[in-house]
Design a protein around this ligand. Structure first.
Ligand code: HEC
Length: 176
């Protein structure tokens, strides 16, 4: 019974460490060290220890993403847009789960698609590669809206995956 509790606690610890690792560098990783302490009590659970180690390493690497040099209100606006993008994806998944394809398509088009406002905003980005990626991302959301309108779950999820790959590839390449 005691072993079970150790296992659960250590598993939580590893998950926590891995989740926050992406945004951590330097001294703040001390928090992750708590995980190492836990592992000592775990005896033979080498596999879990290995996972904790990977999380730590990722957190200790310097952030080598390309900086866009965003400052002030521009920076705040971009982050607010991002949070709204995440909300849109969440709403689309929810609508899809309910089979409400038209509502999902509407969200994809209005919140993520290439609206005149999005286009204007993206065209204001100085970094050309970033700008092109942003425009391609919004174009993919238009494709997502089209896929959703067919009411085909598999095609819709595939299109959502393509759009979300733009989220992840941009995030791994650029920072503010
Ligand atoms: C063309 C590039 C690009 C695309 C595409 C993109 N993002 Fe971002 N996003 C960024 C950048 C740059 C940041 C700032 C990251 C940093 O400085 O660490 C960011 C930050 C965020 C944040 C953090 C917001 C905050 O308040 O801190 C969220 C959430 C986010 N993006 C969600 C998404 C989602 C969801 C998608 C896709 C549906 C997406 N992004 C697509 C570039 C992009």
């Amino acid at each position: 019974m005691k072993k079970m509790i150790w296992f659960a606690a250590a598993a939580l610890c590893v998950v926590g460490t891995t989740a926050v690792a992406a945004d951590m560098s330097g001294p703040s990783m001390q928090g992750g060290m708590g995980g190492m302490g836990m592992q000592r009590g775990m005896g033979g659970m080498g596999g879990m220890g290995g996972m904790g180690g990977m999380g730590m390493q990722a957190g200790m690497q310097p952030d080598e993403r390309i900086s866009l040099g965003m400052q002030g209100p521009r920076k705040q606006h971009q982050l607010a847009m991002m949070r709204s993008h995440l909300e849109a994806v969440s709403d689309i998944v929810d609508a899809l789960a309910r089979g409400e394809f038209d509502s999902a398509a509407q969200t994809a088009q209005v919140k993520l698609g290439m609206t005149p406002q999005m286009k204007r905003m993206c065209n204001g980005f100085q970094n050309e590669d970033f700008r092109n990626l942003a425009l391609a991302f919004h174009a993919s959301a238009d494709d997502l809206a089209k896929a959703l309108k067919t009411h085909d779950t598999s095609a819709s999820l595939q299109a959502l995956h393509v759009t979300m790959q733009y989220c992840t590839s941009c995030h791994s390449t650029y920072r503010q």
